[in-house]
Design a protein around this ligand. Structure first.
Ligand code: SAM
Length: 262
């Protein structure tokens, strides 16, 4: 029994982070919230059902995804007003980071309802912290637009910002993105974090052209976080193309974490 833990608060929306590939990354608190809530609102009820079954949890599921977000957000708010404890989960990672969730959170906050994060896995944080790139200042922009014009404009704008740039990209567009980066910022260091927390996790570092050659050679698949070293600070040419100290050495690690081409 959880005699030493406070019960969940009625009328609260719990944002429950779930694993991004390794089920061991579920937190004890996430499991307790999923066990004790009244309903689980899920981006994909089939996926959420699998997760719950794995942990032997049986709970009513409510579908909450992009195309019925507005309708379901209203329904979730009604449940919260009735005093229900609602756990929101998305397909993977932290709800609201490049996935549905933001709308219902904004609506709950606007209504003065209680929203509690249940932190855990997030691809952005996992990738950035293992990248070896500066973490003191970074800019996260999720997925780029798909259409060529808006995409080029957005990439040009983002690569001019200070700090490390962090993007999410699908396996179908990773070579396209590397081609775009090779044309736009050929001298900056790019880190590809692939299949984080999964069996074939790797962190590939190099110039866009080098990574592009590697991606084509190996036909890289899986999920990617793409990170780009900061632009050169004014008066320090070359600093942005290597690590934070600018000493030309990137940090290695236990996996395939070296520079491509070494
Ligand atoms: N909410 C999630 C989070 O907290 O990171 C992100 C959801 S977004 C729809 C999915 C994207 O996150 C993928 O396309 C990929 O860019 C990134 N991602 C998720 N899991 C990943 C993993 N295991 N390895 C690398 N990137 C991952």
């Amino acid at each position: 029994m959880h005699t030493d833990l406070p019960p969940l608060t009625p009328g609260t929306l719990y944002l429950v982070a779930t694993p991004i590939g390794n089920l061991e990354d579920i937190t004890l608190r996430a499991l307790r919230v999923l066990r004790e809530c009244d309903v689980v609102a899920a981006e994909d009820t089939r996926r959420a059902g699998q997760l719950l079954r794995h942990f032997d949890i049986s709970k009513p599921l409510l579908s909450y995804f992009r195309f019925n977000e507005a309708k379901r957000a209203g329904e979730i708010l009604e449940r919260l007003w009735r005093g229900e404890r609602v756990a929101l989960v998305t397909d993977a990672g932290t709800p609201g980071i490049s996935d549905p969730g933001q709308r219902v959170v904004a609506a709950a906050v606007a209504d003065g309802l209680r929203v509690e994060p249940v932190p855990g896995a997030c691809a952005l944080v996992a990738a950035l912290t293992a990248s070896g790139l500066p973490t003191d200042e970074f800019h996260f922009s999720g997925f780029l637009p798909h259409k060529p014009g808006p995409r080029r404009r957005e990439l040009t704008r983002l690569t001019a910002l200070p700090g490390t740039l962090v993007l999410y990209e699908s396996p179908f567009r990773i070579t396209r993105l590397l081609e775009e980066l090779a044309a736009l910022i050929p001298d900056r260091t790019v880190v590809l974090a692939r299949e984080l927390t999964k069996r074939f996790e790797e962190h590939l570092r190099g110039r866009p052209e080098e990574l592009l050659a590697e991606a084509r050679r190996r036909n890289l698949k899986g999920e990617f976080v793409v990170m780009i070293s900061p632009a050169d600070p004014p008066g320090r040419p070359g600093a942005g193309s290597e690590n934070a100290d600018g000493d030309g050495e990137l940090i290695g690690g236990p996996m395939n974490t070296g520079r491509v081409g070494e």
